[in-house]
Design a protein around this ligand. Structure first.
Ligand code: DAH
Length: 340
């Protein structure tokens, strides 16, 4: 009987000892000591050899040993879990005081900035935006604008042809005809967009560039309205002191036609390097919509009149930001674009 007691106490001591180890495996210890083939079970099996008087005491001791081992296993398991969690949290710790990684935020391209500014000015005057296709019919790009086949104006606007009758539009003016065909006056639209010409690339030319068209048609529209609108536009775009000047010109789709200059916003009109000593800078073409263009689009020129204008967005961007080479606008060099 004393042998049994010692054996049980030995088992308890062994179990507690093994649980203490740093790398203790409580589950395995449970199996080894308390499992079906475990040490304690083996002792209990041997109880048959005891006398009936001895059995209760040993039985009780065996139960106590079982309970103690179970409790110790449980406690150790909790301890080990805590330790594991702590080291995991430590390893995964986020240091919120580490300075963040800087990432670059983009911004609008100078051409977009200028287009938006132009749009804002004219939307504020009650214009709305009209769009037209870049792949256009010869009819709208030329014929509807009073530029028949073999007209010399086609030379300066040589473009890319898809077929004899379909081309990449060389100007935004065809949108005028498309709008007038569909919409009865009053008409007040602007139309920004890409245009194409078969030009070689250099500091002032590109086979793809952007224009901005304007058209107003209503009863009693005069050149005074055109002047008033363009003057307001020039002052908003280039500064309150800006003046405008009309020079006679020729466009097939307007009569009369003018080229419009603004007083140089670098020198105020005295003449400087920027305006090449002129005091004036040319910025757009304009005029009163030709009666033939109106009637060709189903609008009676005896009842209605209108004005139109067209400008190059690149040209405005170059002037506004003092850029001396148009190619910079298309090369996507971050050293250049980052300056806007
Ligand atoms: N479309 C012309 C060009 O590309 C510019 C222009 C001139 C547009 C006079 C107009 C206008 O609407 O009235 O050269």
């Amino acid at each position: 009987m004393n042998d049994m007691k010692e054996l049980l106490q030995g088992i308890l001591a062994d179990a507690l000892d093994q649980l203490k180890a740093d790398d203790a495996q409580p589950d395995q210890i449970r199996v080894r000591f308390l499992g079906k083939k475990g040490d304690l079970t083996a002792v209990l099996r041997g109880m048959g050899s005891l006398s009936p008087e001895e059995r209760p005491a040993i039985g009780q001791l065996a139960n106590e040993v079982r309970t103690q081992i179970e409790n110790a296993i449980e406690k150790r398991q909790t301890e080990l879990n805590d330790k594991k969690l702590k080291s995991k949290l430590l390893a995964e710790r986020v240091d919120v005081t580490v300075p963040g990684e800087e990432f670059a935020v983009g911004h609008q391209h100078p051409l977009t900035l200028v287009r938006r500014e132009l749009e804002d000015i004219f939307l504020g005057l009650g214009f709305s935006i009209a769009e037209g296709p870049e792949v256009e019919y010869d009819y709208y790009n030329f014929q509807a604008l009073n530029i028949p086949e073999n007209h010399p104006a086609r030379d300066t606007q040589d473009t890319f042809y898809i077929t004899d009758k379909i081309l990449l539009r060389s100007q935004t003016s065809p949108v005028q005809a498309r709008v007038m065909e569909k919409q009865k006056p009053p008409i007040r639209i602007i139309s920004p967009g890409r245009v194409y010409r078969s030009d070689d690339v250099d500091a002032t030319h590109s086979p793809l560039f952007h224009q901005f068209e304007g058209l107003v048609v209503d009863k009693g529209i005069t050149m005074g309205d055109l002047k008033g609108v363009l003057e307001l536009f020039a002052k908003t775009m280039f500064g309150e002191e800006t003046r405008i000047r009309f020079r006679p010109h020729h466009f097939p789709f307007t009569e009369p036609s003018a080229e419009v200059d603004v007083s140089c916003f670098a020198c105020g009109g005295k003449g400087c390097r920027f305006c090449k000593g002129e005091g004036w800078i040319e910025i757009l073409g304009a005029g009163m919509v030709h009666p033939k263009v109106l009637s060709g689009c189903g609008i009676d020129p005896r009842e209605y009149s209108g004005f139109a204008f067209g400008l190059g967005i690149e040209r405005i961007a170059l002037l506004k930001y003092h850029i001396d080479d148009m190619r910079l606008l298309y090369e996507n060099d971050m050293r250049f674009l980052g300056q806007f």
